[in-house]
Design a protein. Sequence first.
Length: 142
Amino acid sequence: MLWDQFSFIVLRCKPMPKTLFALITSALVVVATIAFTAQSRAAELIYFGSSACLVCERWDEEVGEIYPKTEESQILPLRHEDVHDERAADLAFIKGVVYTPTFVAVEDGKEMGRIVGYMGDFFFWEQVGSLIKKLKAVPPKG
């Protein structure tokens, strides 16, 4: 019986005016953009590398494979960007990336610090630890 009432209403509806459809579509785009922006504002470690970079290859072999399994990656998830590609719109604020690899810690759309180059895994982990201490959204240990 409920279905009969629903189908009666649906069958008797007039088509939606184009302006109303455009308004609803625009509103959905705005909501989706806000949701994406809020999600992308979490802390990240942006890895600017290059396929032609031998030091990047060394980092990939020594650290890149294990990074996603670490506590650090839970706080600063890694995001790969090729230094030669056009910069993603949400990373346009990052300036001065000249050398590879360069790791930029970002939070709330702001650069919190960076690591330029790779001198070995010991130094890398020390530097990542220092970057994490600069973040606002990290719960204190203890």
